[in-house]
Each structure stands twice: as C-alpha cells, then as structure tokens.
Design a protein around this ligand. Structure first.
Ligand code: FAD
Length: 448
C-alpha cells in the first residue's frame, strides 16, 4: 500500500495524525503543495513566506532522519495530489481538516479528483486544534457563540490521543528523494520550523508559563506571553500536545495559558460553523462604516498621533507580530474610534502577521469591532487609559516610537499633545488625527 500525507499547516512530525496514519502504509509520500491561490492572495509574502520556508526545510530534515523526504510541488492542491496519486498508485491520501471556506472547497475538489482513482481520502480532525470543531455544542446550536460555557465544556471534553512521531518511513519505490535543499534556517529573529518551535515551547513551559496570569497583559514584558502563535499557526507545534503539557503543570499561570489555547479552538469552531463570517458581520448591523482612506493610512503606518496605537502598529510592521493587548487597542481604535470597516484592519493584519490566521484574525477583529461574539459589543477602549494601565512605565511606547523616547514622564508620553503644538513639532511626532472624546460619542450615536 502507498499513502500520500498532504501537509498543509501541520508542518511537524510529532503528534501529527495525518503523518501517523499515512505511516501505517508500506510506502509514504510526504507532500507539500505551494498553493497558487494562497500566493496570489498575497498571504504567503514577506516574513510569512520566510517563516514557511524555514518550516518546510525543517520538516524535510525531520523526514529525512526517518528515511523519507518532503516532496514539494507548486500549483493547485487537488490537481497535484490527484496527479501524484496516479503516478505512485496511491491507495490512500491523508489531509487535515480546516475551518475556512477555502479549505472546505479544497477538500471537496480533492475528494472529487480522487473518486475516479480508487484512492481513499481521509480528512483528519483536531490536527490544528485541541478539540475538533463541532465536538462540543450547546443545546439547539451547531457552535458556541459565548466563550465561557464553551471553555467549561472544552476543559472537560475527552481528547484524541497524542500521535507518536513515526520512526521509519519509506518513500514509494518510484520516487527518489529530491536533493536536500541548502539549510534554509534564516537569521530572522523568529525562525520557523518544528525544531525551533519545540525548543521555544519547552523553554516557555519551564521558565515563564507559570507567571502567565500576572504578566500576559504587561505590554513591555519581553517574556510575558509565549510568542508561540506563528508556530501554532503553521502547525510546527501541536496545540493538543502544548495544552496537555501546560495543563500538567497545574499552576495558575499555566492554566491561564491553556485557557488562551481554548480561545483559539473557540474561534475555529465559530468559523467552521459560519465560514461566511470570515468576511460578513457575524452579528449584522444596520449602519455603515465611515470611509476615510487618509485615517486608514495613518493607522497602518503608525502615524495616528496616539502613541500606544502607533507603537502597536509599528511593532506589527517591524516584527510581524503584535502583543495581544496592542491588537485589542489598535483594533478598537480602527473600528470604534475611527469608525472604519474592521475588514480593512483585518486585511492589514493578515498581510503582516506571521501568525495571521483566518479563524483567529477575522473572529478577533469581529470581537473587537463589536460585530462578533463580544458580550459587550458597545464598549470602546480608551487608548490613553489602556496605555496608562498596561504600559505604565512607558517602555513599550519608548521602544516603538523613538520620537518620544526622551519623554520620561509616562503622562506626557501617552498624551504628548498636552505639551502643545510647538513641542510636538520639535519632537517630529504628529498631532492626534482624531479627538478621542468626540469619537466615542460618534460611536455611541451610531450604535444606538
Ligand atoms: P499567548 O498569550 O502566549 O497565548 C498562547 C496562544 O493562545 C497563542 O499563541 C494563540 O495561539 C492563542 N491565543 C491567545 N489569545 C488568543 C485569542 N484572543 N484568540 C485566539 N487565540 C488566542 N492570533 C493568531 O494566532 N492569529 C491572528 O491572526 C490573530 N489576530 C488577532 C487580531 C486581533 C484584532 C486580536 C485582538 C487578536 C488576534 N489574535 C490572533 C489573538 C492573539 O492576539 C494572539 O494569538 C497572541 O497575541 C499571540 O501571541 P502569543 O503567542 O505570545 O500568545
């Protein structure tokens, strides 16, 4: 028997149900297809593309240690898999289930393409998440719309067992291993790949996770959060394995961390049940967003004149990552303070975040915009109050907004307009593009 293991964003050999199932066949073809549609949408560009290349190089090395190698193709996933299945006379194809409408279409087309070949397709659940989407549901609905009851059920639900990494793999006799690519691990501050991911996860669990509950909202803290999101997004790490190991620590910090992994599953199950909410309001609203390209551009470039917002936006373009508290502040600022369409914000994030993920990005954006699952959709975050609370030293703003780095007093730092127009001009920092009070009133009028 010959199986094809189609890797998508499960780029690991440990706890990978797709690879483990394929490895039960006599021969295995590990395959990754660079999907032309994903590239065309611009979602595999810049730092994300570099991160993905690292992941693929590392996966290839891990597969070679086991006697196989990663076969890479470009094109349409369904067509490439069907072609290879024919070439190697495959008896089965294994792939992970995913939540987006795009993934559902891909899966349908793959099933159609394989139907004529007497080749069995198995779609594996809970490869990207701890629980399969739809595993727990409230009475009378196909998904949970509120996190707390979801989390309660999530925490006590039975989980699949962790899949062991296969020790030996044999490529089909007609396939020779492609030449090993030159080591691609980049010097990037966040190199991709399973090896790096496992190192980081172990370090995080050993050294920092137990403090998560008290540090995760502290904006300047370097190790207040795990920074594992990109590794989770590309599946270099198994969310199930991570949740299991963190849960076994039984500390307040580690439990709070596991709760965040449940948020990840929560958004996944919302999107799986309502794929249209990647673009359409989950809770439709009657009024229209404002259209203001100049304000949008100032937000994207970190030039709004609100230091905490600009710090977050500049961290995003520089690191391809933004602290969760900063995502909440910048997101609320776009959707509620500027009253611009959350989709424009989500698109910008998706382009720049290495962890950019349709389920987590779109559903968090909807939450922030008050069109999603937030139980307090009309609350507006005041960026100055947020800055005073979560960046009380001002070190986060000083790091990302160097124009203001010499302002010692956090009060001036978070509201530099108080120093007057001349002083602002000398610092080379813009005046606020919006009056925060007036903007809050505008939002409340709209939402009445
Ligand atoms: P930690 O605090 O260490 O959390 C551990 C893990 O839990 C994260 O890696 C992530 O996988 C998960 N997690 C934490 N918070 C959330 C959350 N609110 N929703 C879902 N999962 C969560 N996360 C993404 O992975 N991809 C995105 O595209 C994304 N877009 C976002 C957009 C907005 C507007 C907001 C407010 C949040 C978004 N998040 C997204 C959620 C969260 O900000 C990031 O997961 C987190 O900042 C990643 O950093 P970390 O790994 O250090 O997180």
């Amino acid at each position: 028997t010959t199986a094809i293991a189609v890797f998508t964003r499960d780029l690991r050999v440990h706890d990978n149900p797709v690879l483990a199932a394929a490895a039960r066949a006599d021969h295995v073809l590990p395959l990754f297809v660079h999907d032309e549609a994903v590239s065309a949408a611009g979602f595999a560009a810049g730092p994300r593309r570099r991160f993905l290349d690292d992941c693929l190089a590392d996966l290839d090395a891990r597969l070679r240690e086991r006697g196989a190698a990663l076969v890479r193709r470009d094109g349409d996933v369904a067509a490439e898999v069907a072609r290879l299945a024919h070439e190697v006379d495959a008896t089965s194809v294994h792939i992970a289930a995913d939540a987006s409408a795009f993934a559902a279409r891909r899966q349908r087309r793959l099933a159609e393409a394989l139907a004529s070949q007497r080749c069995e397709l198995t779609v594996h659940e809970a490869v990207h998440t701890v629980l399969p989407a739809g595993e727990v549901t409230p009475q009378g609905n196909d998904h949970f719309a509120v996190f707390t009851p979801y989390h309660r059920r999530w925490a006590s639900a039975a989980r699949r067992s962790i899949a062991t990494a296969p020790r030996h793999l044999r490529l089909p006799p007609t396939v020779s291993a492609p030449d090993a690519p030159a080591p691609a691990r980049t010097a990037a501050p966040m190199p991709g790949g399973e090896t790096e991911a496992r190192d980081r996860a172990h370090r995080w669990l050993d050294e920092d996770a137990d403090h998560y509950h008290s540090r995760h909202d502290d904006l300047p803290a370097e190790r207040g959060t795990s920074r594992l999101s990109a590794y989770l997004h590309f599946g270099c790490l198994s969310a199930l394995e991570l949740a299991t190991e963190a849960g076994a620590r039984h500390t307040e910090g580690a439990d709070a961390f596991v709760r965040q992994l449940a948020w990840r599953d929560f958004h996944f199950q919302v999107l799986a049940a309502r794929p249209a909410s990647a673009q359409a309001d989950y809770r439709p609203r009657a009024d229209a967003w404002r259209d203001d390209p100049q304000a949008l551009q100032a937000w994207q470039e970190g030039q709004t004149g609100i230091p905490i917002v600009d710090a977050g936006m500049r961290q995003l373009s520089s690191e391809g990552w933004m602290h969760n508290r900063a995502r909440l502040i910048t997101g609320s600022f776009l959707a509620k303070t500027l009253y611009l369409d959350w989709r424009a914000g989500a698109e910008h994030f998706q382009r720049h975040l290495v962890d950019g993920d349709i389920a987590n990005n779109q559903m968090n954006w909807q939450w922030v915009a008050g069109t999603g699952t937030d139980t307090r959709p009309n609350r507006v975050l005041n960026p100055v109050r947020q800055a005073e609370r979560y960046d009380s030293s001002g070190d986060y703003v000083r790091r990302w907004v160097p124009e203001l780095a010499d302002l010692d007093n956090p009060r001036d730092l978070h509201q530099p307009w108080r120093l007057g127009t001349d002083a602002l001009g000398k610092l080379g920092y813009p005046a606020p593009i919006v009056d925060l009070e007036a903007a809050r009133d505008r939002f409340q009028q709209h939402r009445r």
